[in-house]
Design a protein around this ligand. Structure first.
Ligand SMILES: [Zn+2]
Length: 256
């Protein structure tokens, strides 16, 4: 019986996370197009048919319909169930890492906004200011609830990556986008300086490898840019869960 209760708790948390990220799919689609995501029901972008409530069951519905619109048969991007699955997995990870606490909710909210930032940046090469403000509000709320880290670490986190990025961009115009700099300031306030540094390190490694891949595959010229935001966001998500372990491992390399 206990195992069954555990199973249903996990299923419930997964579906709640997937449901919330299903709404974030709408935000990712509508935000750059300046459509309100509070009003108006979801509709198929091909045939305009309004989605029925039973079309909005996260993850499972996409597989049930085999990735096609019920009305016109147009293909629905695999990104939708992928983002929903990510939401479910992140909700479970938050519960396991932070327990059933305010910290888990703050971490999940932080990861939700990061997901929107990453995909909007990948689509448009821009990070809307509203999302940065959202991160600031979540960081302030976490701070207000007395969650770790303390205010000193948060304030240093606000500046430790954003200020060097800003200086580098002043020296080499176009080194980083303004959105990336603001993102790292707001996110640093949430993560604190230690995890913020780990996240940036991971993003530089990931972005560097991706850049090498693009050059090797001749997909982009040397002068062109790709969105760096998704790498920063992924780095922050990894740092949030495993940053302390990564830091210990890294520092251990220098211990003899
Ligand atoms: Zn359709």
């Amino acid at each position: 019986m206990i195992y069954l209760a555990e199973f249903f708790l996990h299923l419930l948390v997964f579906m709640a996370g997937a449901g919330i990220f299903s709404f974030l799919n709408v935000v990712i689609y509508r935000l750059p197009r300046k459509i309100s995501f509070v009003t108006g029901r979801s509709h198929c972008p091909s045939c305009d048919a309004t989605l029925r409530w039973y079309d909005m069951v996260p993850v499972f519905n996409w597989f049930y319909l085999r990735g096609r619109c019920r009305d016109c048969g147009a293909k629905i991007s695999f990104r939708y169930p992928a983002v929903e699955t990510l939401g479910g997995v992140l909700a479970l990870l938050c519960m396991h890492n932070f327990g059933e606490s305010a910290g888990a909710i703050a971490a999940f909210a932080f990861l939700g906004v990061l997901t929107v930032v990453a995909l909007v940046d990948a689509d448009t090469m821009e990070i809307p200011n509203g999302l940065v403000i959202g991160l600031l509000i979540i960081a302030a709320a976490a701070w207000g609830c007395g969650l770790e880290p303390g205010w000193r670490e948060r304030l240093i986190g606000f500046a430790c990556v954003s200020v060097p990025m800003l200086l580098l961009t002043l020296a080499i115009p176009g080194a980083f986008g303004g959105g990336d700099i603001k993102l790292m300031a707001a996110a640093g306030l949430f993560l604190g300086w230690k995890l913020c540094l780990v996240a940036t390190f991971l993003a530089i490694v990931g972005g560097g490898l991706y850049g090498i891949y693009l050059l090797a595959a001749h997909k982009k010229g040397k002068k062109e840019h790709f969105a760096f935001g998704p790498f920063l966001c992924a780095g922050m998500a990894v740092a949030l869960f495993w940053g302390e372990q990564i830091l210990e491992w890294y520092l251990g390399l220098f211990r003899f």
